[in-house]
Design a protein around this ligand. Structure first.
Ligand SMILES: [Zn+2]
Ligand SMILES: [Zn+2]
Ligand SMILES: [Zn+2]
Length: 138
């Protein structure tokens, strides 16, 4: 999948990119750049933290990965779908669900009317409590 996306975007599938992608796709939980660095180092695949950051930035900009910001901690998860979509983040456990629909055309129209900009893209994240955490919230 990753190779196809890279090919479409005209990007080179470098060794670090492939390793970071593999590590993320093998992990059940979102990973921080430090987590990735450690996992790769344990497998004798030492990649500099800077290149890991660069890979993750790239994945995020391609819409392959989602950056979860929780205070000063940053983690990344791979997206299940490549098509345009949104995310909801649980404020308690940090779990992220993909929102497969996007219904903000009216809103875009209002942005265009009120600013005179041409809208090309948007980002929107939802925050709340997941099914498990909903009940535990006191
Ligand atoms: Zn996603
Ligand atoms: Zn939760
Ligand atoms: Zn959208």
């Amino acid at each position: 999948m990753i190779k196809k996306i890279f090919k479409e975007k005209g990007l080179r599938m470098s060794h670090p990119r492939l390793l970071v992608f593999r590590e993320l796709s093998n992990s059940k939980n979102p990973m921080s750049p430090q987590d990735l660095y450690q996992c790769l180092a344990e497998k004798e695949r030492r990649i500099g933290l800077t290149s890991i950051y660069r890979c993750l930035d790239l994945f995020e900009s391609l819409g392959i990965a989602f950056k979860i910001i929780n205070g000063s901690r940053v983690k990344y998860k791979l997206c299940d779908i490549i098509e345009h979509h949104h995310h909801i983040v649980c404020k308690r456990c940090g779990h992220v669900a993909e929102v497969h629909f996007c219904d903000i055309l009216d809103w875009s129209q209002r942005v265009i009317e009120s600013t005179g900009y041409e809208v090309t893209d948007h980002q929107l994240h939802f925050y709340g409590f997941c099914k498990v955490c909903k009940g535990l919230r006191s």
